[in-house]
Structure formats: C-alpha cells, structure tokens
Design a protein around this ligand. Sequence first.
Ligand code: HMG
Ligand code: MG
Length: 299
Amino acid sequence: MSLPQRVRLVEVGPRDGLQNEARPIDVADKIRLVDDLSNAGLGYIEVGSFVSPKWVPQMAGSAEVFAGIQRKDGVTYAALAPNFRGFEDALLAGVKEVAVFAAASEAFSQRNINCSISESLDRFLPIMEAARLHGIRVRGYVSCVLGCPYEGEVAPKQVASVANELFSMGCYEVSLGDTIGTGTPGATRTLIDTVAANIPRGKLAGHFHDTYGQALVNIYASLLEGVQVFDSSVAGLGGCPYAKGATGNVATEDVVYMLDGMGIETGIDLDALIAAGQRISEVLGRPNGSRVAKARLSA
Ligand code: HMG
Ligand code: MG
C-alpha cells in the first residue's frame, strides 16, 4: 500500500498525558497547554475526561478547562465519556465531540471502568443515541489491543469484535490502543489486517504507548497497512492509571519529525510544538519525553 500524503494527529496529551499525574495541576496550566497546542497547528485535541473524580482525580477540572480555552475555528476539542452521566456533563461543558472507551480484555475493562466489555458497550448505546440528536460525533477506543497488563496476550479477533461493535453502533472512527506498549510491527500489521476485515482502514486510528520503545515503528507499520490517523501526546506525557508501568503515548514531536522527514503533511509547526511540550514538562517538573525535543533543545 502506498503511503499517504497527509496524516491526521489526535493530540491526547492534555487527557491521556495529564490524567496520570499524581500532583494536582492548575487549571490555568491545562488551559495554556491546550491553547499552545492549537496554536502549534494541532487540529484535534483531547482536552479532558468526564469520568468519576474518585477514579481519575486529575480530570476533575475538565469543565473548567473547556470554559477557559480559546477555541480556534477548525479545531476539534474532544473529551472522554465513560457513561451517560459523563456525556451529559460533557454537553453542559460545551463539548462538541466525545470518545467512548472499551477494552479488548475483560480484566482491563473491570479495572478501568468497573464493568464487563458487554456492559460497557450497553452503556454506550444511550450516549450514541443522544449524541446523534445533538449532532455530536463519537469516537471509539479499544484498549489492550496488543496485550493486557492482567491477561497478557489478546487475540486480534477479540479486538476486531469489540472494534466492530463500536463502529456498528455509530463511532465514526475506532482508535486501537496499545495501552501497555508491548506491540511490535508484525503484530501491529496482523492486528490491523484482522480489524480491517470489517472496518474500512480509513476509519481506524493507532494509539501507541511507547513503554517498550516500539511506538514509532508501529506507526510506520500502521501506515503501511493504510492507517492515516494517529494519537500522540506532546512531550510523551502520560501513561494509564489502570496499567501500572505504562509510559506515555508516543511523543507528538517525534511523530511530526518522522512524518516531516517522509514528506507526509500534518499541518503542525514542529518548533511551536516543541515549545509547548517543554513548557508543560517544566510545569510538571518532568524531563521532556520527546527525543526530538531533547535533541533540538540541547543543540
Ligand atoms: P462505578 O464506581 O462503577 O460507577 O465507576 P457508579 O455508577 O457506581 O458511580 C460511582 C460514583 O461515581 C457515584 O458517585 C457516581 O455519581 C460517580 P458517589 O455516589 O459515589 O459520590 N460517577 C461519576 N462522576 C463523574 N462523572 C461520571 C460519573 N459516573 C459515575 N461520568 C466509572 C464507573 C466508569 C464511572 C468509573 O470506573 C470511571 O470513571 N472510570 C474512568 C477510568 C478512566 O478514566 N480511565 C482512563 C481513561 S481510558 C485510557 O486511558 C485508555 C485510552 O487512552 C486508550 C489506551 O491507551 O488503551 C483511552
Ligand atoms: Mg492511552
């Protein structure tokens, strides 16, 4: 398959990144991060989550973040909603696009959202119906697509089945999450090929955590399989509170650098992105998780 001319990046740093921080982060810093990202040319930013604050305290201020950001035309500002309550809260906060999230492993589903896979899918149905009424697009996630922290191996067919449920209920795109970053390129290609038996490749996205250093090569493998949308996190922020030891998503800066080098457009200004990532890393008191940013900033 030939490589695409353009790739769409979904920036998940303010959500997948910051949800994992133990220390409270000021709403003003979250707002600044989102605004820095839209100014750097990101066209899609996952700003926060409307989940239980007991489960993920760091996302508790998501409505305030939505209230404070400067919304730019053409930029999608999205949020996670695990249930109808979350969807309603997202609506009240003026969110125009939400994401629901299921898992390909039963054990992860229980730990992450306290219900079975099929219960989670049932919970999403009223969200889909209300979203249609309100003209809100819904994106779907499947976690643990290339391995589960509790169950180990996950069969591609199991991932395909959950992805298919999400797509059939109306998710316009399904993001395949390598939550613990254990996937390798061959497994990634097999996975996409299996999922693509039911869902067009143009409706799939790749979401690679970089725990094992495989994320960029898995993105390349996905490009070869016809996937053109990838989730990434500025400065490689994050992890998952329900997947111990999982590091952040692949750093957006590193993906942009790779795609720039391949002549694939993203519409993102790498220097502005590096500045955004460095700023939030300093706020968090963390080393910058982007290799490209580290190299550029020390040059
Ligand atoms: P539960 O405890 O089973 O829910 O949690 P419940 O309905 O029994 O409610 C318990 C309490 O939570 C009640 O409050 C509810 O009101 C409240 P109480 O009466 O005890 O004071 N509650 C809520 N509060 C705010 N917003 C809501 C909400 N719903 C109920 N929406 C639940 C079930 C799904 C709520 C919980 O397990 C939860 O919030 N989980 C979220 C976990 C999460 O956010 N994980 C990280 C995101 S997923 C991820 O990172 C993976 C991804 O990046 C892809 C990848 O990498 O694989 C997407
Ligand atoms: Mg994730």
